[in-house]
Design a protein around this ligand. Structure first.
Ligand code: PHE
Length: 457
């Protein structure tokens, strides 16, 4: 037992952890999902609510998850088993592992598209694109091809598995350190390009000037759902990443840095999308296709734009990749820690499992009528998976983390773990208040609302 914990891999440094955890948090959620959700929910007013939720709910829950992970040095199931061996909390861990695979299965489909688009741009398929309508047609044709959708899902999961196979410091951390800085620089360049397009100003107004008349109950629901998803909370990804954290590192400042970078990138992604969107005369509530339809129509408008665009889709894939590895790592760490599987066996089997679970989502984007419009529910499988795993499960999971840290394990235990090696827990009183009262109450109200109204996020 002790032997296996001595051998357990660790992040090389605090900075390495922050980059890897920011890599998990920063992904399609920031660059693909945030702009379209903000667009559908009124722009700036949504962004303000979103930031409030990150600070008041996301950050406290992240601190709780990282602390549980670091204290136990275990995967989510093992962590609860270690702290309370006889309780039912381990089933919460089971939910986390399943949610990780559930998200990976549909997320991998969209991530696969980003590789597909990278290839398409390089092959010159957007060189002469006329505008948004054509861009839309290309996207629909692309997703409706079953070989393409399933094929790219497979490719994406293979890359994910390859990195996870390398382990923590030599796999996940090493790759995150290479990939994240490049992503950041490219996003800034693209934001500048987008803001300087003719007619961009209307987009900036939409994005930066709040119109609170657009805020409804569903704006709250969407903002919270987006914050939890974007910060990778509620399914044990941060418990798992925290479990590889050194006892010397300060959990509070690490968590704050991850939340800061994640929000920064989401806001930057909005600065890329909205000005361009308005400059092209497109509707800001373009939905999930936004990134695939709007970006290519911008690239074709300036010299060398196509190669630049290819670079951006490559980087979108990269951002997605640093997230999918965290989704896979949760299940892998469970089988390695608890079932004593080799990392190789766990990685290969879990990747295959995620692939099988992902096929219906891949086929639901136009290849199969039935999967694209399920009976009774009238949504596609990918949308359903997103609602169940990407939204409900993360909200329920975050609620349970708050209750666990606030009451079951207790705020004092959390404080003790944070204090290791003389580290400070700044604003402990505030954190205790948020995790014990605000987080559970706010998340319960929102969960109750979606259950009663039957709305998913
Ligand atoms: N946070 C990731 C993103 O924004 C998605 C994710 C959710 C990753 C949950 C891990 C766990 O793209």
């Amino acid at each position: 037992m002790t032997e296996s914990s001595i051998q357990r891999d660790k992040w090389n440094s605090k900075a390495g952890f922050i980059i890897a955890a920011a890599g998990s948090a920063i992904g399609l959620g920031n660059i693909w999902r945030f702009p379209y959700v903000a667009g559908e929910n009124g722009g700036a007013a949504f962004v303000i609510l979103y930031i409030l939720f990150v600070l008041l709910i996301g950050l406290p829950v992240m601190i709780a998850e990282l602390t549980i992970g670091r204290n136990t040095q275990k995967n989510p199931i093992g962590a609860f088993l270690k702290l309370f061996p006889k309780s039912s909390w381990k089933y919460f861990g089971v939910m986390g592992v399943l949610t990780g695979i559930g998200i990976l299965s549909f997320y991998g489909v969209i991530a696969g598209y980003t590789i597909g688009y990278f290839v398409k741009l390089l092959l010159g398929q957007f060189d002469t694109i006329a505008g948004a309508v054509e861009s839309q047609r290309i996207f629909e044709e692309f997703t409706a091809n079953p070989y393409v959708s399933v094929g790219y899902l497979f490719v994406f999961l293979t890359f994910t598995g390859y990195i996870v196979l390398g382990g923590i410091s030599a796999g996940i951390e090493k790759w995150a350190k290479i990939l994240m800085p490049i992503l950041f620089v490219l996003l800034i360049i693209l934001a500048i390009r987008s803001i300087t397009l003719d007619g961009a100003i209307k987009g900036l107004e939409f994005y930066l000037e709040p119109d609170f008349s657009k805020v409804t109950a569903s704006t709250f629901v969407m903002a919270l759902g987006q914050a939890l998803f974007s910060l990778s909370l509620g399914m044990g990804a941060m418990i798992t990443y925290g479990s590889y954290l050194s006892k010397k590192d300060n959990i509070i400042s690490s968590a704050a840095s991850v939340c800061f970078f994640d929000t920064l990138i989401a806001i930057l992604a909005g600065l890329v999308m909205f000005p361009a969107l308005f400059a092209m005369g497109m509707n800001p509530s373009g939905g999930p296709g936004l990134v695939f339809i709007v970006l290519p129509s911008i690239f074709s408008k300036f010299p060398g734009g196509i190669y630049f665009g290819a670079g951006i889709f490559l980087l979108l894939s990269v951002a997605a990749l640093t997230s999918t590895i965290s989704l896979l790592e949760v299940a892998v760490s469970y089988f390695v820690d608890e079932k004593k599987w080799t990392r190789k066996k766990a990685t290969v089997l879990m990747s295959i499992f995620a692939f099988i679970c992902g096929v219906p989502s891949a086929l639901s984007m136009g290849s199969s009528d039935w999967l694209s419009d399920l009976p009774i529910l009238h949504i596609g499988v990918l949308e359903l998976m997103n609602a169940v795993f990407g939204n409900y499960s993360l909200a329920l999971g975050s609620l349970l983390v708050a209750i666990f840290a606030g009451y079951k394990w207790g705020v004092k235990a959390v404080k003790r773990e944070v204090h290791q090696f003389g580290n400070e827990f700044k604003y402990f009183w505030l954190w205790s208040f948020l995790i014990r009262f605000l987080c559970p109450i706010a998340i319960s109200i929102i969960l109750g609302y979606i259950i009663i109204t039957g709305n998913y996020f």
